[in-house]
Ligand binder design. Structure first.
Ligand SMILES: [Zn+2]
Length: 438
């Protein structure tokens, strides 16, 4: 009875929010969860629940999976706006359920914060879990990456649903052994691409075998610690791969899986991994290849995640980067482009960003290909400027502005191609300032 009243109250509140023209974010979930943390049990869901978790790439992967299902004519409920903690998922469920907790859909697709997988899916039956990567991210919130992996590993010990794992991330592939009784493990991988290296260019995790502690050997690195690895002692890493992306062509934005060519709207190795995970996932639900092809060829994200726009006829590429790996991936894309370009880096240290910005020292600014000027902004405009200067970039070409509006104005005083990197809370304000000029 109590749950019925919570739902009734939330429905009324939701209508109120709608009338006020507000989306509410995770507000409904916050209140309902405070009332009853076991409320997840109350929902009656008769369709598969799919979740995507990772340090980086959750939103891209989650939204692409939902988009493919929708293209196939399915009804999908998803947290596409990225509210990915327990209260965010709960808000999404509350908005779409009946008063008896019934949810009508063909698929529920959620991106879930790495720390909240065990909390949310204690009481919701998960059909498929996709895990992309684990990097150091907001250490002060998540604790060390190792303790995070162990928490998910504990959850997986009794999990028997589909588990889709990145076979090229030693932090992720190890989770395939959490429950020997689970025979629904699917590894995905990406063939060596043209910019892969034999030594690690960027700070990364996963140097030692989690099973025998021997140093892991890499045949090559794609980016950070993602690559073809194997433990020379116990052969960890030598898994049978379910889906493998091949013929990676970042210039033409194509790759193949099972001899089918996919064209996408993104040009980074990092997204090839995301889309290989996407293809692995929807293939488990018998979605036709031509529908996947068609959907991926039109899928974009209009939220500053590798978003490409024209501002005053100047090509501008905006990307979110909330940790060293995200930043290094953005710089990798910038460095693979030979055109002259300018960079705007916006760094905030609000609570949602993590107050500790020392991770910027793990960003690889040492080689910047044809960058003629860097503007920095955000509450930590000077920290990031000093970081870039220390890496050897000429100081006269670095311009810090605490005021974001002023920074964007100066940024667009030239006609040179623009790259923008912004962290969590700075992304939308930066994007809005840029769009004002459009
Ligand atoms: Zn080993």
């Amino acid at each position: 009875m109590k749950n019925f009243f919570i739902l009734l109250a939330m429905k009324v509140l939701h209508i109120g929010l709608k009338i006020a023209g507000k989306n509410g974010g995770n507000f409904l979930g916050k209140i309902a969860y405070d009332w009853n943390p076991n409320i997840f049990k109350y929902f009656k869901i008769n369709c598969p629940i799919i979740a995507v978790t990772a340090t980086n790439g959750k939103t891209m992967t989650n939204n692409a999976i939902g988009y493919i299902f929708k293209t196939a004519g399915k009804k999908v409920i998803s947290n596409t706006e990225g509210n990915n903690m327990e209260t965010g998922i709960l808000s999404t469920l509350l908005k779409h359920c009946s008063l008896t907790g019934k949810i009508k859909a063909d698929y529920l697709v959620f991106e879930v914060d790495e720390g909240y997988v065990p909390v949310i899916f204690k009481d919701l039956k998960l059909d498929t879990l996709v895990i992309l990567d684990f990097f150091r991210d907001q250490l002060d919130r998540n604790g060390e990456v190792e303790s995070l992996i162990l928490r998910i590993n504990d959850f997986l010990k009794t999990y028997t649903g589909n588990l889709i794992l990145n076979n090229d991330d030693p932090n992720v592939a190890r989770l395939g052994q959490a429950n020997p009784e689970n025979h629904n493990i699917y590894y995905f991988s990406v063939e060596k691409y043209s910019h892969a290296t034999t030594d690690m260019k960027e700070a990364g995790e996963g140097k030692f075998c989690p099973f025998c502690n021997t140093r892991i050997e890499y045949e090559y690195y794609q980016y950070s610690h993602i690559g073809k690895f194997k433990c020379p002692n116990c052969n960890y890493g030598d898994n049978e791969v379910y889906k493998m992306a091949k013929n990676i062509d970042l210039k033409n934005r194509t790759f193949t899986v099972d001899d089918v060519t996919y064209k996408i709207r993104f040009n980074s190795i990092y997204n090839i991994y995301n889309f290989t995970a996407v293809i692995s996932c929807v293939s488990l639900y018998s979605i036709d290849t031509d529908i996947i092809q068609k959907a991926l060829s039109t899928f974009i994200l209009n939220n500053g995640r590798l978003e490409e726009i024209q501002v005053k006829n100047i090509p501008t590429i905006i990307n979110l980067a909330k940790n060293p790996t995200g930043s290094n991936v953005s710089l990798r894309i910038l460095n693979e482009d030979d055109d002259e370009k300018e960079l705007l880096f916006v760094l905030n240290d609000n609570i949602a960003d993590g107050r500790d910005v020392s991770w910027i020292w793990d960003i690889n600014f040492d080689t910047l290909n044809n960058v003629s000027r860097i503007i920095t902004s955000g509450t930590r405009a000077y920290d990031i400027a000093i970081r870039i200067k220390t890496a050897g970039f000429p100081v006269e070409k670095i311009e810090p502005y605490l005021d974001l509006h002023e920074a964007v104005e100066h940024f667009y005083q030239t006609n040179v191609k623009k790259y923008v990197i912004a962290n969590y809370t700075s992304l939308q304000p930066t994007r809005n300032e840029i769009l004002k000029l459009k």
